[in-house]
Ligand binder design. Structure first.
Ligand code: TMP
Length: 222
């Protein structure tokens, strides 16, 4: 492992994080284009989800019918999905020198289950470590946005029209405010990995800042 790398592979691992409607998918497209122009094979994946087993876990997690789900059950399911993604998609790509672009990764559990569900970041960090072992992102781009603005960009998931969202989107504004704060706290705890992006900026400006961080990462690679 080179001294700068946070995983055993020779590839690059970038995670995108942020609340609902923060523009992760749009940014993903810009990052993919850039990485391909640099000659990388790009594996685009998401959490919960990715490989078929993890996509099935995703269905349970986001199903509004699963109202009775306990907070720790929820955490274990996100971790189970993550584990499967690490083993089936993320590690093999990194080992082959490819680039992984992951729409949410371990920090989402810190923010949503640690912060939103109030399980605390210590418990979530510990269990995340069990799930991913040595596979940490090299760079985490956090799209920060007031949750009120983000939810309004979604499929009608405002406070008045919440029944259209998935199980997590339906949570109240207090939940989403805690998620935002927990993301910001996580960024403060790991400044060497996080880059904070202002998601209220125009798309091109956000992409420019993200690409600058990515260029910087690639320049540091041996
Ligand atoms: P999305 O991929 O469509 O954004 O949906 C995933 C939802 O799951 C989103 O509301 C964030 C939530 N989530 C968690 O609560 N914990 C996690 O660890 C992850 C990866 C996602």
């Amino acid at each position: 492992m080179n001294p700068d790398s946070r995983h055993a592979g020779s590839g690059v691992f970038i995670s995108l994080e942020g609340g609902e409607g923060s523009g992760k998918s749009t940014l993903m497209g810009h990052l993919r284009k850039f990485l391909e122009s640099e000659g990388y094979e790009v594996c685009e994946t998401r959490e919960p989800g990715g490989p078929p087993i993890a996509e099935r876990i995703r269905e349970i997690l986001l199903d509004p019918e699963c109202r009775a789900m306990d907070a720790r059950t929820e955490l274990f399911l996100y971790l189970a999905s993550r584990r499967q993604n690490v083993v089936e998609e993320i590690r093999p790509t990194l080992k082959q020198g490819g680039a992984v672009l992951c729409d949410r990764f371990l920090d989402a559990s810190v923010a949503y289950q640690g912060g939103g569900r109030q399980l605390g970041f210590e418990l979530v960090d510990r269990l995340n470590g069990v799930a991913v072992e040595d596979t940490f992102p090299d760079l985490t781009l956090l799209l920060d946005l007031d949750p009120g603005l983000g939810l309004a960009r979604g499929p009608g998931v405002s406070d008045e029209n919440r029944e259209k969202g998935d199980r997590i989107e339906r949570e109240g504004s207090g939940f989403h405010r805690r998620v935002r704060q927990a993301y910001l706290d996580a960024a403060q705890r790991s400044p060497e990995r996080f880059v904070l992006l202002d998601a209220t900026e125009p798309e091109e400006k956000v992409a420019e800042a993200a690409l600058a961080a990515l260029r910087n990462l690639l320049a540091r690679k041996p």
